[in-house]
Write a protein that binds this ligand. Structure first.
Ligand SMILES: [Zn+2]
Length: 510
């Protein structure tokens, strides 16, 4: 038995938290009692005086392979990020995949996250060794995770209608020859993974991520769904993240991204949609009625210029909302405090009245209970309550971020940046002490990361030159595609809350 004593438990309703002790048996909270109420000479005691205790934050959307790509790009929209993906992530060995996941996981725990949903990419298709490289990194750090191989049967160049034809002759041939791992081989690999996955489901859960719906054929999406259904696995996809993607879905499938996913049987309580920016009321209605969730990744949405998600409207449609950072190739840190802050802030620049902004309490609830739903783990993480796992973060109330302590929830969302994270427990086990991940040699990790980045840069130099040559063509093409006025019609009925077009600045009226 472990008793965390002398701390204040965070509670959205209490400005300074409430003094209480937490009793833990194994990995679970078995009681919450008045300070000093436990008198058990055999109990291990952890002093939490001057500490605010919050449930561990849960990252609803990230990519562990991004761990080696932090700061790799600047003026990229999502189209240019996908164009650059072959050189950013090319030639990765399994030890590079492990290293990237380790960097990502260490940053998450040190900044107060205790679980994440990782859409992990291997080219051309997932492998058991690659998945093991990632899972073992999470196990080493102690982070809870859903690890979902990100799969597709079309490349970016194949998936954007008309793009290959718009490329110069020599580039066209090269781009047209690029191939994903093949639908049948990829589905077989997913099945093999599902059959052999050996980690406990509450610690490391396998998921499936058809990466972006228009990068998948209908048959491929349905095959992914079948594997997920046969093995009871959660699914996550990037839904209508960039405007050109939503237009692409209309062009390819004759319907919206959400509608094609629904037509393929993907939408249900097992599905979470990452980003979901360029979606309409009817799409939100489908997501809400079918019990799907959204991971709101506001920082990445701004970093890539993708747009502002209509979070208040999701909530009105009954869609559960979690918060994510996105991967370090597009966000670029794994800081859930900043992700909450971005979600709260960006809701305020849509020109809507304050009662429609995302409040600090809502942002916090999204990053805990909301993201727990995104992971499908809402029955045992996301709250400090009896019967829940002991995934806890102890914030130092003497840190500048909390001095003076006026309102804990406002300061968690508006001021905290991970600097006050003192200790983190996951499943009752201490994984961060004094703000540092336990058992991690930082200097060795940095040396290994810099060596890997240098080695990979040399191997990917040709791919980088190719991608950089295509940048102006790709970005002009995708911007042209985004100007298709179908998106304006799609957003017609969003009324006074509708976002403005990120490109022309007009309200999204038809
Ligand atoms: Zn993503």
């Amino acid at each position: 038995m472990l008793v965390i004593t002398g701390g204040s438990l965070h509670n959205v309703a209490a400005a300074r938290g409430e003094p209480a002790d937490i009793v833990i048996e194994g990995d679970t909270i078995v009681d919450i009692v008045a300070p000093g109420a436990v008198r058990n000479a055999n109990a291990e005691v952890m002093d939490a005086s001057r500490r605010l205790i919050i449930p561990g934050l849960i990252n609803g959307h990230t990519h562990s392979h991004g761990g080696l790509s932090k700061g790799a790009g600047d003026l990229w929209g999502l189209d240019l990020l996908l164009n650059a993906a072959p050189w950013i992530g090319g030639h990765r060995r399994h030890d590079d995949k492990h290293l990237a996941a380790l960097i990502t996981a260490v940053e998450m725990v040190e900044k107060g996250a205790t679980a994440c949903y990782d859409l992990f990419f291997e080219f051309p298709a997932p492998t058991p060794e690659g998945m093991e490289a990632v899972a073992s990194a999470y196990a080493k750090v102690g982070l809870r995770a859903v690890v979902a191989p990100m799969v597709a049967d079309l490349t970016f160049y194949q998936a954007v209608p008309g793009l290959i034809d718009a490329l110069p002759d020599d580039a066209r041939d090269h781009a047209a020859r690029l191939r994903m791992g093949g639908a049948d081989a990829t589905i077989a690999a997913l099945r093999r993974l599902a059959e052999t996955w050996s980690y406990p489901r509450d610690r490391l859960r396998l998921g499936i991520a058809p990466t972006i719906p228009h990068h998948c054929t209908r048959e491929f999406m349905m095959a992914c769904r079948d594997v997920a259904r046969d093995h009871d696995l959660p699914m996550q996809t990037h839904v209508s993240e960039a405007k050109y993607q939503s237009v692409s879905a209309f062009k390819v499938f004759g319907m919206s991204t959400t509608e094609i996913m629904d037509a393929c049987g993907l939408v249900g309580p097992w599905l979470s949609a990452a980003h979901a920016i360029w979606i309409g009321e009817s799409d939100m209605d489908i997501l809400g009625r079918k019990g799907a969730q959204v991971s709101h990744n506001a920082a990445a949405n701004m970093r890539l210029g993708s747009g502002i998600a209509a979070v208040r409207e999701y909530m009105r449609h009954g869609v559960a909302v979690g918060i994510g950072t996105d991967g370090s190739a597009s966000s670029d840190n794994q800081n859930m405090f900043e992700a909450m802050r971005a979600a709260a802030f960006v809701s305020r620049v849509r020109g809507v009245p304050p009662h429609d902004w995302v409040s600090t309490g809502e942002a916090f609830t999204m990053a805990t209970e909301g993201s727990a739903r995104v992971l499908g783990m809402q029955d045992f993480i996301g709250r400090i309550a009896k019967g829940y796992k002991a995934d806890l973060v102890l914030l130092d109330l003497d840190h500048a971020n909390f001095v003076p302590l006026n309102n804990a929830t406002n300061q968690i969302v508006f001021t905290e940046n991970g600097g006050a994270v003192d200790r983190v427990l996951i499943g009752g086990k201490l994984v961060v002490a004094g703000g540092r991940a336990i058992g991690i040699d930082r200097a060795a990790l940095a040396a290994e990361a810099n060596a890997a980045v240098d080695r990979l840069a040399a191997l990917n130099a040709d791919a980088r030159r190719f991608a950089e040559r295509l940048e102006p063509i790709v970005t002009n093409f995708c911007r042209g595609l985004a100007d298709d006025d179908r998106m304006h019609r799609l957003h017609r009925d969003l009324g006074p809350l509708q976002p403005r077009c990120a490109h022309c600045g007009k309200p999204m009226h038809g």
